[in-house]
Design a protein around this ligand. Sequence first.
Ligand SMILES: Cc1cc2nc3c(=O)[nH]c(=O)nc-3n(C[C@H](O)[C@H](O)[C@H](O)COP(=O)(O)OP(=O)(O)OC[C@H]3O[C@@H](n4cnc5c(N)ncnc54)[C@H](O)[C@@H]3O)c2cc1C
Length: 660
Amino acid sequence: MNYDLALIGLGASNSLLLLELHERELLHDLDVLILEAESKWKNDKTYCFWGESQDPIFSTLGPLLLKEWTRLEFSGEVEQMESMRYGMLESITLYEHAKQIILQYPGINLVRASLTSFKSEAEGVAVYSDNTKWMAQRVYDSRPPEIKEPTGPLVLQSFTGWRVKTDWPNWDPSQLVLMDFNIPQNGFTQFMYILPIDEHEALVEVTRFGSEVFPDDLATTHLKSYLLGLEGPYDVVHEEQGVIPMTQHALQQHPDARIISMGARGAVIKPTTGYGFKYMYDRAKELVGELEQQTVVRKHQFWNWPRTGIGRHYFYDHLLLHILKYKPQWGKEIFTKLFTNRTHEGIFQFLDEKSTLRWELGMFAGLPIMKFLWSVVASFFAFLRTRPARWAPMAMVLTAMGLQATLSQFAQPISLGILVFMLFLIGIPHGALDGYGHANGMRLPKFILRYSGIMAIVLLFWVASPIVGLLAFIIYSAWHFGETDMREWGLPSAILSMVWGTILFALLLLPHMSDVNLVLSTMGISEVTISEGALVTAYRAAAAIGVVGGLWFASVPWLISITTLLLLGEQSLAIAFGTYFILQHSASGWDHLKKAHQWSHIQMFMRALPFTIGAVALFLLIFQFDRNSLSQWSSYFLIFLSALSLPHIYFMSRLYQKQD
Ligand SMILES: Cc1cc2nc3c(=O)[nH]c(=O)nc-3n(C[C@H](O)[C@H](O)[C@H](O)COP(=O)(O)OP(=O)(O)OC[C@H]3O[C@@H](n4cnc5c(N)ncnc54)[C@H](O)[C@@H]3O)c2cc1C
């Protein structure tokens, strides 16, 4: 059977999606498969959220909510919110409601099973749980994300909450306490939440922001000492524990546009708060709206993906996360000043990224600004250290330009010297390590034999027909360079990879046609003759498509890369290609391998050393045949690189596919 929709997981995000489908009466006409790994009979989470009072979330979920508040207390001061509300919902209520909906529709098939893999097929997405296969036209995947590549610091929000009942009236149910810092900080940011349900019952939660999880015994001590202040004895009727990773990570978008990432996987959790429930509700509305309009989603519809753009709120989150990770003891002062100087409603608007720049400047003026300046400087250095592929090519081209302006006769050798050094440091090693990592356990001689075998086939192509060898090299390199960059920028689409690869080859080669022809002639390939006008038009078209693509996806690294490539047009072919290949492509690939295999830089370099030495020896051997000229040298280098690349591309692509 080919289902219209498949929901993977029935937690918060997909329950909200189901609810929205039901509200809009779309479920009568749909066949829906739901795969859920667990029974979902437990109240495992309490979802809290805020919103404008007239927001539909309050009317839709109203009957399910355990409690709503409009008064919030901070440090003894109570604020009455004018236009907003804060709501609380038990997860079990949501799960049960979702199950009630399922029972109403014969077209819904709820299966208790764990998704093991997807396969993109022409007629739909194949959904597998071990050996069982289902087909679906559209898939909503809410499996938890694997945060392998956080783009900033990873902070853990760990908490323990007790639902406490007392015989005596202890709480004012009309108001809640969001962050009470009157507990020992122990070098972290630690606070209590008090969410009263009525005078006799409240959810009391102790929370820590830091790089270490709250130890159970310490959390219990804090809770008990808070509860000592209550009137009369108390009973703990329910306990909730959790850890929310607070980090800025790329949305895990599947290359097949028919598979939509939901909830935490869809990066809707606000990194600095761990809240995401309301955003999931809004996203469910948006997605069901698209379904209602009967828009057909095809496999390669990458332009429908949510943008990867980063705005000023991303920057603020980054600064705060940096503080919470490395200086968590500063949290108390920052949050206290924030809540004392600003209204809760203003802060909620800010957290929803709906505040104005003016409001934000006012907010920062009331915060310990030196601490944020420290964060700016520290995160800048962290960025330099952890993301070299994002800045090194630009730094290289600016260095080459600076050298040309000041030491013109040494500019070329110095720039080439830097690049050759980097080629042996990461360029060649990154091309061998992927295979080594992939060959898990394969004996080294056998692996080297296989690698060399593929290289030999490529070399044979070159010998048989240089033009075929060259064309094949350009095509598979364009694909591979494009794939690595798109993965790095969180846009894993096959079409985008090929388009970007073609653009970057055009920007690298077209301004250097005389150099290209020189290399071609030494290989015995006839020169490419293109009129000056056609060259300029093609170059401008490639640049324009590149810029539009970067703007469309609001991708800063993409835009930096295109600017670098345009500046490289003024450099020689060797510097232009070397800068891109070594400092952007190899550096990204190196980073992807490092994260995938959890290796250190030294480990990687040492593992690659036999291959690097082998590659240098092989290259010198080829070079021995003819050492006449630089262009001859370049052509050997190109052939050598093409032979080295094919097995590398094969293994690297397999690594990326495994990560999907
Ligand atoms: C304890 C806790 C409390 C939280 N409280 C709040 C809060 O108050 N407010 C707020 O805004 N956010 C809160 N969050 C953050 C976030 O909103 C929740 O984690 C939310 O549940 C995320 O929704 P989701 O749909 O992405 O994932 P989930 O709700 O976790 O749902 C994912 C579902 O997928 C299933 N699944 C996993 N793997 C497979 C598989 N291979 N095959 C089939 N099914 C699978 C799981 O069993 C699960 O049911 C909290 C998080 C935690 C951990």
